[in-house]
Ligand binder design. Structure first.
Ligand code: NAD
Length: 256
């Protein structure tokens, strides 16, 4: 039961982050949603979670490509018992054609943001005497594929940052772990289908079956609810000695 705890989930107006927010709210945690926009829909999602689950839910705009805004998000949220670093973007291109500004944006949003939010959140967790840092990497935090250089570099970096966070908090009631999802059908994955079709000269169906789920032995997409459930487990007492690990939720991808 997470009642009384506050969870901040970066990049949570869509996809996996939103699924995690729902599951942590269902487990009783107050939730702070985030993205870089400030639309009516963003705040409406928070209201819906609050009215469905009875927890406190807020939406705070902050651009995770800006270190200062990452730190401000944690400051504005007030309490921060659970930090889920989930915001992420993707770009698919061969290294010589990879736009340098895309490289910089992916490293900033997918990797550096977790450093900035953790820096701001750890003192709050220490003060509260309890904390959970959960970083969302990817099967691509442990293995590579062509045409995703920035994403793979950032996700491998997240796995390393998490280990260091775990060691710096090892003697405290704080844990830090990475979740490494395989393919989950979210807007991020949907958006890379056209580029992948181009790179491999394949139909949409073939890209899904023969490229995306080729390395996912279960041949099924993982779900956002499963990511949320894994987060809730990492926040439970059963997981108090689980720290510094990378947990794969990938249908067997990294077993291959
Ligand atoms: P998504 O595009 O649905 O969600 C990404 C979220 O990040 C959105 O809420 C978006 O608004 C937010 N975001 C993007 N740029 C931001 C910024 N500058 N500041 C704040 N928020 C920003 O994608 P998703 O599939 O739900 O991905 C979520 C995370 O899971 C990412 O880190 C992604 O790398 C990771 N992941 C996804 C899959 C998958 O198959 N979908 C697999 C492995 C890992």
């Amino acid at each position: 039961d997470l009642s009384g705890k506050t969870a901040i989930i970066t990049g949570s107006n869509s996809g996996i982050g939103l699924g995690i927010a729902w599951e942590l709210a269902r487990a009783g945690a107050n939730v702070v949603l985030n993205s870089f926009t400030n639309k009516e829909e963003d705040h409406a999602i928070a209201s819906e979670i609050a009215s469905e689950t009875g927890v406190n839910a807020r939406y705070i705009k902050a651009d995770m490509s800006q270190g200062g805004e990452c730190r401000e998000l944690i400051a504005k949220a007030g309490d921060c018992d659970i930090l889920v670093n989930n915001a992420g973007i993707q770009h698919v291109a061969a290294i010589p054609d990879f736009p340098p500004e895309k490289w910089d944006a992916i490293i900033a949003i997918n990797l550096s943001s977790a450093f900035h939010t953790s820096a701001a959140a750890l003192p709050k967790m220490r003060k509260a005497g309890w904390g959970r840092v959960i970083n969302i990497a990817s099967a691509h935090g442990l293995t590579a594929s062509p045409y995703k250089s920035a994403y793979i570099a950032a996700k491998h970096g997240i796995v390393g940052l998490t280990k260091t966070t775990a060691l710096e908090t090892a003697e405290e009631p704080i844990t830090a772990n990475t979740i490494c999802p395989g393919y989950v059908l979210t807007p991020l994955v949907e958006a890379q289908i056209p580029d992948t079709m181009k790179e491999y000269d394949m139909s949409r169906e073939d890209v899904i079956k023969n490229v995306m789920l080729k390395r996912q032995p279960s041949k099924e997409f993982a779900t956002v609810e499963q990511m949320g459930g894994t987060c809730a487990f990492l926040c439970s007492d059963a997981a108090a000695q689980i720290t510094g690990t990378a947990i794969s939720v990938d249908g067997g991808w990294t077993a291959l």
